[in-house]
Design a protein around this ligand. Structure first.
Ligand SMILES: Cc1ncc(COP(=O)(O)O)c(C=O)c1O
Length: 487
């Protein structure tokens, strides 16, 4: 075993990993990367098919992002945001606010005819003008949660603000973010530490009890037969809570697709419908764009955010993962002037938002993020993303003949392939059979790295992935399913 692998075995504890299994075999030790390719200590090359857990946007060692970090290194790496401003963080906050408010341009210039905000109220007075920096997706959500909580209390909406989030939601691992989550496997153990949040059905068409359609070889969202019962459930939840005299303070969701829930993609217009209901009941909207942000859900005119695909502007937008192009841990929570204003007051009123982190507004992260945003908005990147999305769409069709492929869900550059015992019955694998894990291990042997979400295989390549590499990702998935599950 390589000496670095030995050190890892001796000292490291890996996230979301059964360490007994980990210690049974030599881990892949990554030493370098370029574009979509990762290289290990033995010189073996792999394709980074999940963008290093959904973080990397433009590929590893990108010349523009490297150069931006190096330029910043020559000035300063970090100074505190407690008491001081800094150059790249100020510039970045302005750029993020600009990007997050592109929905207003879309509407007024009419350059995205597919986007129709259902009602003016969906976007009016929700300009995201204030940016609070933190370190990762969990902290970005924690900030949104605390702000929404205090906003509801200070505006008199609720003395004891309550939150509604989706079934199987995952918003991170800090205690507040876990309280908003509803994945039993991850969250049950900590129930005693958490505050209670309510949950409502999310639109998982493939396994929806209201979907009357027999399985066919297509994305279940396309052939579903239902009456939008999942939307009725949301309406019912809000109405019931209102009767209790303490209406929900906020509705929390991942827009277009729930990642860690199993790449559960929402049918078109679901988000618009349910957020209209939430706003109709006076709740604020917390959009977790930690996975979906920065072009992941496909190119929409000039906007890189998933909410805007449904003509929706939330009150809080949480960003992380791709913010720095996947280079450095940095996150942001964007919110409105009206939320900001309830924290204003004379010093001795102590209305201050008492929250922050040592590395808030870190300069290296902000410099990387500025460079990443510039690359993201370039014509070359937009074209590359469109090509990659289409190539994935075409290649994924080759998986339908496999009997163990139940559903294929693609939203832009995010793909989830749900493995089942038999597509005709939709019978799931028991988690103990480790179907997803075994398929990913077989893919790794073929030189393609990704991680399953239960029995769902995620593909989420960096935007610089070539068409040949994309085809290899899908063909290695196909061959691995065949090898591991057939027969
Ligand atoms: C939608 C979503 N929100 C929040 C998080 C938490 O982000 P982090 O792992 O950076 O804390 C994740 C992580 O996967 C996520 O997918």
């Amino acid at each position: 075993m390589h000496k670095l692998a030995q050190l890892d075995h001796r000292y490291l504890w890996h996230p979301f990993t059964q360490m007994r299994d980990w210690l049974k075999r030599e881990p892949i030790v990554i030493t370098s990367g370029k574009g979509t390719v990762l290289r290990d200590v033995h010189g073996k090359e792999y394709l980074d098919a999940n963008s290093s857990i959904w973080t990397n946007l433009h590929g590893h060692r990108h010349s523009k992002i490297n150069a931006a970090i190096q330029r910043q290194l020559k000035k300063i790496s970090h100074s505190s945001a407690l008491g001081f401003a800094n150059e790249p963080a100020a510039l970045l906050a302005a750029k993020l606010a600009e990007a997050a408010n592109r929905i207003y341009e879309l509407r007024f210039t009419n350059d995205a005819p597919t986007v129709k905000p259902a009602r003016k109220s969906q976007i009016a007075n929700h300009k995201l003008e204030k940016v609070f920096f933190s370190d990762d997706g969990s902290t970005a959500m924690e900030v949104a949660l605390k702000l929404a909580y205090e906003y509801a209390r200070r505006t008199g909406r609720s003395k004891n603000p309550k939150f509604l989030s989706l079934a199987n939601a995952y918003h991170g691992d800090t205690v507040g973010a876990v309280s908003l989550g509803h994945i039993e496997l991850f969250h049950k153990a900590y129930a005693g530490l958490l505050f209670k949040s309510d949950t409502v059905m999310s639109p998982y068409c493939y396994r929806c009890p209201f979907n009357r359609a027999k399985p066919v070889r297509a994305d279940a969202r396309e052939y579903r037969k239902c009456n939008w019962e999942c939307v009725d459930k949301v309406e019912h939840r809000f109405a019931t809570q209102k009767k209790s005299g303490n209406p929900y303070a906020a509705f929390v969701f991942e827009p277009l697709i729930q990642g860690a829930a199993g790449m559960i993609a929402q049918p078109k217009s679901w988000l618009r419908r349910v957020t209209e209901i939430a706003r109709g009941h006076g709740a604020q909207l917390i959009a977790d764009e930690v996975m979906t942000g920065f072009g992941r859900t496909g190119q929409l005119s000039t906007s890189p955010f998933a909410c805007h695909h449904e003509g929706l502007q939330p009150d809080f937008m949480a960003l992380a993962k791709g913010l720095t192009g996947g280079y450095l841990p940095m996150a942001a929570t964007l919110t409105t002037q009206s939320v900001f204003d309830v924290f204003l007051g004379d010093y001795e009123e102590f209305k201050t938002f008492f929250h922050g982190h040592s590395f808030t507004a870190n300069q290296l992260g902000a410099a990387a993020a500025l460079a990443s945003l510039e690359v993201l908005q370039s014509k070359a990147s937009i074209r590359a993303r469109q090509r990659l999305e289409q190539t994935l769409r075409d290649e994924l069709k080759t998986l339908w003949p496999l009997p163990n492929v139940g559903d294929i869900r693609q939203v832009g550059l995010i793909v989830g392939v749900e493995l089942v015992k038999d597509w005709r019955t939709r019978k799931p694998f028991d988690l103990r059979e480790r179907a997803g894990i075994r398929v990913c291990e077989a893919m790794a042997r073929r030189g393609v790295l990704t991680r399953p979400v239960g029995n769902v295989i995620a593909l989420m390549p960096p935007y610089c992935t070539t068409m040949k590499q994309a085809r290899r990702m899908v063909s290695s998935l196909r061959d691995s399913i065949d090898e591991v599950l057939a027969g």
